[in-house]
Design a binder for this molecule. Structure first.
Ligand SMILES: [Fe+2]
Ligand SMILES: [Fe+2]
Length: 134
């Protein structure tokens, strides 16, 4: 069974963003597969790719916030920044040889992504779709 599943309930009604969320969820699933197989080097590589893709995704959302003057932008950007900070600290602990590639980390990422999409991302959906994004 898939570790994390994208469903319509996660949709924000904007195709480009839904596709990015799907890709991110796909990466989390692959990460979980590597974890199951205890493939540390693959996990390490994927963590870097996920971190990069997350930055790309956050930039996409923030580009639209700026473009349409989304009133909730500041607090949303703060959540993004906090997550990036968290991932960066995992990466540096990893670089120091600490055992951080765990189920706990995978579950944290899954939980954060789900709660962020269901919470903050869903909040901008009516605003951005009212500006014509779809
Ligand atoms: Fe998002
Ligand atoms: Fe977001």
């Amino acid at each position: 069974m898939e570790f994390m599943h994208w469903s319509e309930s996660l949709s924000v009604g904007i195709k480009e963003i839904d596709e990015q969320h799907k890709k991110l969820i796909g990466m989390i699933n692959t990460f979980y597969d590597h974890l199951q197989k205890d493939n540390k080097s693959a996990m390490k590589e994927l963590l870097t790719a996920m971190a990069q893709y997350t930055v790309t995704h956050f930039k996409t959302e923030e580009k639209y916030f700026d473009l349409y003057k989304y009133p909730n932008a500041a607090s949303h950007k703060k959540e993004h920044a906090k997550f990036i900070e968290e991932v960066t600290s995992v990466q540096s602990r990893l670089a120091q040889g600490q055992p951080v590639l765990s189920l706990e980390l995978t579950s944290f990422i899954k939980k954060w992504v789900t709660e962020h999409i269901m919470g903050e991302d869903k909040k901008y959906a009516p605003f951005l779709t009212s500006k014509g994004l779809k």
